[in-house]
Design a protein around this ligand. Structure first.
Ligand code: ARG
Ligand code: ZN
Length: 866
């Protein structure tokens, strides 16, 4: 019995979507007064509360770690017996229908290591409230369907905190008698408390402006430490481009007179869309050629756009409850993906996005943490900011946009924004707006929101010479996922084309809707069997298996006019060879080498596309193609193929590497594409084992005038053993040791290296004086990257598992959210052999036995062990 009690006490409450009830009390207005100080901040809050409907329930204001120093109702101080605390929440019985509640609390932001609520980062004070951080600042109904008008007064020491920012518009400022200064900001748009923000600190501003479609001038500011100002140009360009794009593509105009962005060094996630005051992880704001790779530049552009787009998809229309998170995140990712595609290459952007989806979301769908895009339950909502909610959610919007076409999709989104402006909405509201505005029945499509797991589609083509027809048989199935043993058939839109072998063209693409478990489609006019091109553009987030031969795939890799399908054919060609080799079959590698050569020398292809197409599938992706992952066999097979490609085409790699060397840095697509191809050529050349490989890589490292080439050279060297490897790592460290974001790359490159000693090196790096658990970027650079390095992490000794588990245990005491993010790689044990699985489970059990474990880690580890 004692046992049962202790498990009960330890198992945290499950929140269910079914249990949603509208709020008992609304808060139309809130007035906040912050007396800011890192060690001792006092917060006075005045809430106007209004009973919502006829009921007699008390007022419950969420609180997390708060002690009420004063509580007043309508100006009258309450005695301590007149209120109670219930699990952190403040309970006040009220008799009337409208009251004014005043509370006073005190916090020490400098001791807030969770980075949720009000915290200190590099001398700044800043906030992070999504999802449930506001309850760590003041007592409040911390749920997204309570929308309030905010007035915020901040007061601080002007020497340490000369700049005071909050949501909305600045309306007043001044000095107080005691030498402190203050500012008041008001936000005219009612918002949920997760969008509240303030920042105080010694910040410099990159100031600019934007004139909206209706002719209003908006003041833009990007606030950073003075020394970082020269690194804010790219973010500012991205912001202005985003504002123009949302007007042009969605008809959405910005709605306040100021828009501010602040970069902070310590941040749990990428960035946050607080109304009029976005707060960013500095890695998504700061960029210059010396320290940022092209991927970093694209990351800045994409995240700036993402957060800006939230002003409509998230802020003007917010979420009713956190089960609807994908309503804002899926839609906003879809919007930022299309924006980035418009700013650069549609083909390459799609390939990159699918690569991320497969690496992160397909793995999630195939494991113990699989959940629907609209989950049914959670323990800790922070654990649901996942690739499923974000990236699969974006694929759902993309499929709707495809089925509707651009005009009708726009009509649907217009209706959505018009109908729900100022509201807290649901995923169902979005789908209904698409149905009504776009004129389509999305009945069966809704299952995409309900069913977890990745659908499998098997495509078989049968040719009938007599009738000159082909029959395409499509069969779908969906594996069981936790809590969902049986699945209903999905509505799967598949862009499909059939290629004539002669002439290498097709008669037009069709959008096939697969809605049944099995369905066949017949096409006429084929004297000879055509070649199937299916799921073009990756029109549906599914796994397709076809009976296409290596010859057919090689044909498509040379002729498909859909760039994604062309890339996919090439990847499948390589996967077949590698998976075959791992299974001990003697599959012909020559076709792969030939396809790579033909692609590389094709003058019509964009170099960035070539680089994507010829890159071998990652070790992790190869693992996903196997019934049980064998990390060592995968590494050996992939390495051997890479070597052969390097050797057989060596002159080509040397030629490309020399030819793509630029005289000076530029951010044009042509220059970025050249760098991408150059770095790929370097990988191939070094893999070939030529004696001067390390020397060529080192000179690229040494001569580069940009981080894209320097880091790629370092990463290539890091995979091997050479004097150049050690020299380059040393030089890099000494050059960037005082630049945190760039030093992260030093940790990350080593943690990601395909090197037999990586696991030992990571252990050493965990003790390096520059390693710290208090900065999430640094933790992710080392342990996050390592968890994604299949070969090293799954070292058969189990050392890798132990290292990550140790980190989770230590970090959980400081920052549970970031600690919980390290759990998923350990949770994939059932994909591995019995020995590894036992070691992984052992580490999960060790974590779970830790006393005082957070809800965050408990949920992730508990589910991983089920
Ligand atoms: N809404 C933010 C975004 O734009 C992310 C916030 C993450 N917060 C969290 N607790 N996971 O994606
Ligand atoms: Zn977002």
């Amino acid at each position: 019995m004692a046992d049962m009690q202790s498990t009960n006490a330890a198992s945290p409450a499950i929140i269910r979507r079914q249990d949603y009830r509208p709020p008992d009390w609304l808060v139309p207005e809130i007035d906040l007064d912050f007396a800011l100080d890192p060690a001792r901040t006092q917060i006075r809050a005045v809430l106007s509360v209004a009973r919502n409907g006829a009921h007699d329930r008390y007022l419950k204001l969420d609180g997390d770690g708060l002690v009420p120093l004063e509580v007043k109702v309508d100006g009258r101080p309450l005695e301590s017996g007149e209120w109670t605390l219930d699990g952190g929440a403040l309970i006040i019985p009220l008799t009337g229908d409208a009251h004014q509640i005043e509370t006073l609390v005190e916090l020490a932001p400098e001791n807030n290591s969770k980075l949720m609520g009000l915290y200190a980062s590099g001398g700044l004070l800043c906030t992070q409230c999504e999802a449930e951080g506001f309850r760590r600042i003041t007592f409040f109904p911390d749920r997204p369907d309570v929308l309030s008008r905010y007035s915020v007064r901040m007061e601080a020491d002007p020497a340490r905190f000369p700049v005071l920012l909050a949501n909305g518009d600045p309306i007043e400022q001044g000095s107080s008698a005691d030498g402190r200064h203050w500012a008041r900001w008001t936000d005219p748009f009612p918002k949920p408390c997760y969008l509240f923000a303030l920042v105080a600190g010694d910040l410099a501003c990159n100031a600019d402006s934007f004139v909206t479609m209706s002719g209003r001038e908006v003041k833009l500011g990007i606030w950073v430490k003075e020394a970082d100002l020269p690194r804010t140009g790219h973010a500012m360009e991205a912001l202005k481009n985003s504002m123009a794009w949302d007007e042009r593509v969605y008809g959405r105009e910005y709605d306040l007179d100021v828009f501010n962005i602040v970069a902070v060094a310590d941040f749990n996630f990428g960035a946050m869309e607080n109304k009029g005051l976005n707060i960013f992880n500095s890695r998504y704001i700061l960029a210059d050629p010396e320290t940022a790779t092209d991927i970093d530049y694209d990351g800045v552009e994409g995240v700036v756009a993402h957060e800006y787009f939230h002003n409509w998809s998230g802020n003007r229309v917010t979420c009713r409850d956190w089960f609807q998170l994908s309503l804002k995140e899926g839609f906003t990712v879809f919007r930022d993906q299309n924006f980035s595609a418009d700013m650069g290459s549609h083909a390459v952007k799609r390939i990159e996005d699918v690569r991320v989806l497969r690496a992160a979301q397909f793995q999630e769908d195939a494991g113990p943490l699989a959940h629907p895009v609209r989950p049914e339950s959670y323990i800790e909502i922070s654990n649901f900011y996942t690739a499923t909610i974000y990236n699969k959610g974006a694929e759902l919007i993309r499929m709707m946009a495809l089925m509707l076409g651009p005009e009708r999709f726009r009509a649907g989104s217009d209706l959505y924004f018009k109908r729900h402006d100022g509201q807290a909405a649901t995923c169902e509201d979005f789908v209904r707006a698409m149905e009504e505005g776009g004129g389509i029945d999305l009945g069966q499509f809704r299952r995409w929101y309900e069913q977890a797991g990745t659908p499998h589609v098997r495509a078989t083509l049968r040719h009938d010479e007599a009738t000159q027809t082909v029959e395409l048989l499509l069969e779908q199935s969906m594996p069981p996922t936790p809590g969902q043993p049986d699945k209903q058939p999905m509505a799967i839109p598949l862009r499909t084309a059939l290629f004539d072998r002669i002439g290498s063209a097709h008669k037009g693409e069709e959008l096939l809707m697969l809605t049944q478990p099995q369905q066949s489609f017949t096409f006429g006019g084929f004297a000879e069997a055509p070649v199937l091109s299916i799921n073009r553009g990756f029109s549906a987030p599914v796994i397709v298996a076809t009976d296409r031969s290596q010859g057919d795939l090689a044909f498509l890799s040379a002729h498909d006019d859909d760039p994604f399908a062309r890339y996919e054919a090439m990847q499948q060609l390589m996967v077949n060879v590698l998976v075959g080799r791992i299974a001990g079959q003697n599959v012909d590698e020559a076709a792969v080498v030939a396809a790579i050569r033909d692609t590389v020398v094709d003058p019509h292809l964009d170099p960035a596309f070539i680089a994507e197409a010829i890159r071998l599938p990652s070790e992790a992706y190869l693992g996903d193609q196997m019934a049980k992952v064998d990390p060592d066999a995968i590494h050996i097979a992939r390495d051997a193929l890479q070597r052969r490609i390097g050797q057989e085409l060596e002159p080509l790699w040397r030629d490309i590497h020399a030819r793509t060397k630029a005289n000076s840095f530029s951010l044009s697509s042509a220059a970025k594409g050249a760098r991408k191809l150059r770095n790929t050529a370097l990988i191939c050349l070094v893999a070939s084992g030529v004696p001067d490989g390390a020397a060529v890589a080192f000179s690229q490292f040494d001569e580069a005038d940009n981080m894209t080439e320097r880091q790629a050279a370092l990463a290539t060297l890091a995979n091997g053993a050479s004097d150049e490897r050690e020299a380059a790592l040393d030089i890099f460290y000494n050059r960037y040791r005082n630049d945190a974001l760039t030093l992260d790359k030093w940790f990350q490159t080593q943690a990601f290296a395909l090197h037999p000693d990586t696991v030992d090196l990571v252990e050493e790096l965990g003790r390096h004086p520059d390693f710290t658990l208090s900065n999430p970027n640094r933790v992710r650079s080392l342990y996050g990257a390592f968890g994604g390095n299949q070969w090293a992490f799954h070292h058969r000794s189990g050392k890798g598992y132990r290292l990550v588990a140790n980190c989770i245990i230590a970090l959980d005491k400081l920052n549970p959210q970031t600690a919980a993010r390290l759990v998923p790689p350990l949770g994939r044990w059932c994909r591995f052999d019995d020995e590894r699985a036992a070691l992984m489970r052992g580490e999960l059990q060790r974590i779970l036995a830790e006393p005082g474990l957070s809800k965050d880690v408990t949920e992730q580890v508990g589910k991983s062990l089920e």
